[in-house]
Every structure is written in C-alpha cells, then in structure tokens.
Ligand binder design. Structure first.
Ligand code: LLP
Length: 386
C-alpha cells in the first residue's frame, strides 16, 4: 500500500487524512465480482461501511447494487449512479419520511424488520398507489461469534423478526394488498471470519424458506446479508479477502430453487483494507512506566478501537521497519479529552519522533463514516492514490 513515492507525497500533506488505495479497492471489487459471478449471486454494497464519493463511484462502476440503511443513503446511492433496481432499503427504524422517499424512488426492495413496519409501508404505498417489493428480515438466532456489539442475529438483538412471530408475518402478508412479498433476508453480524457461521446460516435459511413454501408463499430472493470479515492483523499479506471460499459455502449449503436469486450485502470486506488513517506524531511523552505517542488523529476519526476494542495495525511510515534496532513500546493515543482515546496500548514501533507519519491500517470500513465533530474537531480530507 505504501511505497517510497506514496510516503514522500504524504510528507507534503496536512494530516490527518484518510488515504485510499483505489487500485487495491478495484482488485478487491474484481475478486468479489468474479467469485460471486461464478454462481450468479448478486452483491449489494452495504454503503454504511463507507460512503466516500470516489469509493461509491468505483464500486458502482463494477455493477454492484447498494444496501442502504437510511433515506439519505438511498438518495446518495441513486446520486452516484447505482441502478434503482439494485437498491435495497434495510434498517430497524425507517421513518415515514424515509419510506416515502424510497417509494417515490421506486427502489428494488424494502427489507422489513417488524410486522408493524409492514403495516406502515403498506399504508404509505396505498396512499401513493404503489406496490413495493418487500423482503422480510428474519432473525435466525445464529451466533456470529464476533464482538457482541456487532452481533445482530441473536434473539436478544433488536434486528429482524423472530421466528416465533412468523405466523403474524404470514397473516399480515395476506392482508397487505399493497406489498409484493419477494423474499427473506438475514444478517447475523459483522467481521465474521469463521465459515461455519455462514454454513449454520444456510441451514437456517433453508428451514425458514420451507416454512414459507409450506404455507403457499413463493420466495424469489434469498438475501444472506453481509458480515464477511477481513484480516486486521495482516493487512499486507491478506489485503484481498477469500471471496471464493465465502461464496462457495452458500453454493454448497443453500437450497436454491430454480429461478431464485441469491443476494448479499457486503460492506466491510469490500472497503476495509483499501484505506488507512494517516496521522502525524504531535508529541512523544516518555513516562516512568509508559511511553505515549500522541497523534493528531483520534477517536473522532476512527472510533473502532475505542468502541469495539478493535485491533488495527499501526505503522510508523517515517522509520523503515527493516532495520529496527530500537523498538519501543508506546501507547498510541489521540488528542481527544477522553481516556478511552487510545488506538492501542504497548504497540511495538521503531523509536519515534515528533512529526513522524503514522498509518492506522484497515480503516476503510466504519472509519470515516463514523467520524464525529467531538471537541469541535475539523472534518478531515480524503487523499487518493495516483
Ligand atoms: N446488512 C445489514 C443488515 C447490516 O446491518 C450490515 C452491517 C451489513 C449488511 C454490512 O455488514 P458488513 O459486511 O460490513 O459486516 N461499525 C461496526 C460494524 C457495524 C455493522 C453494521 N451492520 C464496526 O466498525 O465493526
């Protein structure tokens, strides 16, 4: 990701910034397209992971659809040229305003998360003389074995409709003249690296599909959500995820009927490795028990370590890692007035100095999009590979 030319270019730039390696992004998208295309699977990009304009344009150019979780995401997807027939709108709390805007935009599908939401969409659609397609998001109670803050498919989570409510769903579907039921939707969590989780998900999808079919419903779309994880520990060795193995699990275990479409909503895995948060060391504080590197970026630019105890590789780009004879352990911290504003403790780095350029890696997913203006911080620029 970083060669000497890139690092030289960074020397002249104001920090912090998000750096995008668009070539790596393209290679990732190509790998995903190829692996999913092999089975005729459809991929919607979960744009909550990153909605930088350049990133969206690049993803759209590969023909991906968009998975949106707010009215503004729907409008932004359309603005960046995503085909409205490939835009889905998910989310546990869609407001009337957002539903109306999406009805007017004639998007492909609403992923509906409660019986009450079905009633509301049906009413709003009737008032507009529309008949939107909907998929029912079902909570399959599959444990994603990921951080509890990013697990979504357990009974205790707020997402989707629990299986014991399916009779109510069937009844509501029969009553909803203004809804076209096309499929079932699932998403069990994020940063999942264990393929067994996806295998268990396939088994649950098969069971639930049978439940609907036994009651006379036709399922056109099986949507398995997103969640495929990336390697935060070795971003250089594993910069493109193993899409082949991921899609093969669904090919092998999902009971796909003739004419049925299989959809996915991948976010993180498409964008995470292509970006780094680039920052400078403001101060080196040598304590008696601790050394601190105080950066000019903090939790306002990348909150994942502070919110989910997430690991991100940290590199000092100003010091060559090859001839480190003077490794020092630093707590790498930001400037924000919060003790939790620490990227990682005891990071082994070459002896570092004020002005050194530090890259916090794998920041492309849920980095920039989760930035905040806390402490009245500036919002920072994006820099793209040339
Ligand atoms: N579909 C639905 C319904 C989702 O809720 C999500 C993510 C995705 C797809 C995309 O999941 P992905 O492929 O990116 O794992 N901020 C957290 C992650 C939150 C994920 C929210 N939902 C983090 O930084 O780890």
């Amino acid at each position: 990701m970083f060669n000497d030319n890139v690092i030289n270019r960074f020397r002249g730039l104001e920090t912090p910034f998000y750096y995008y390696d668009l070539d790596l992004l393209r290679r990732t998208l190509a790998a995903c397209s190829q692996a999913s295309g092999k089975y005729g699977f459809h991929v919607h990009y979960a744009m909550k992971a990153n909605f930088d304009g350049q990133v969206l344009k690049t993803i759209q150019s590969y023909g991906f659809g968009a998975d949106c979780v707010s009215g503004n995401e729907v409008l932004t997807a359309l603005k960046y040229g995503f085909d409205k027939n490939k835009v889905v709108f998910a989310g546990v709390g869609k407001s009337d305003k957002e539903i109306k805007a999406s009805l007017d935009a004639d998007i492909f599908c609403f992923n509906v998360e409660s019986v009450q939401e079905m009633e509301v969409i049906n009413e709003l659609a009737a008032a507009r003389g529309k008949k939107p397609r909907i998929a029912i998001r079902i909570n399959p109670n599959v444990d994603a074995h990921t951080h509890h803050y990013i697990t979504t498919g357990l009974d205790e989570n707020k997402f989707g409709i629990n299986t014991w409510q399916l009779n109510d769903v069937a009844e509501q579907l029969r009553k909803s003249a203004n809804l076209e039921f096309i499929g079932i939707h699932f998403h069990v969590g994020s940063q999942i690296t264990d393929m067994e989780v996806f295998k268990s998900l396939c088994m649950r999808i098969n069971e639930i599909q049978t439940w609907f079919e036994d009651r006379g419903f036709t399922i056109k779309v099986l949507n398995a959500g997103g969640g495929l994880g990336v390697d935060y520990y070795s971003p250089d060795n594993n910069n493109v995820a193993d899409f082949e193995s991921y899609f093969k699990v669904f090919h092998d275990f999902l009971n796909v009927k003739p004419g049925q479409e299989v959809h996915f909503e991948l976010g993180r895995v498409l964008v995470a490795q292509s970006s780094a948060l680039v920052s400078r060391v403001l101060y080196v504080k040598n304590g008696q028990r601790k050394n601190f590197l105080v950066l000019d970026a903090g939790m306002t630019e990348l909150i994942r370590p502070m919110l989910y105890q997430a690991y991100h590789q940290i590199d000092n780009l100003s010091r060559s890692p090859e001839n480190v004879i003077d490794a020092v352990k630093y707590d790498v911290v930001g400037p924000i007035c919060e003790s939790t504003d620490c990227f990682r403790k005891d990071v082994e780095l070459p002896q570092s100095y004020r002005g050194d350029i530090i890259a916090v890696r794998t920041a492309g997913a849920y980095g920039q999009v989760m930035a905040s203006g806390y402490n009245l911080r500036d919002s920072i620029q994006s820099v793209y590979s040339e």
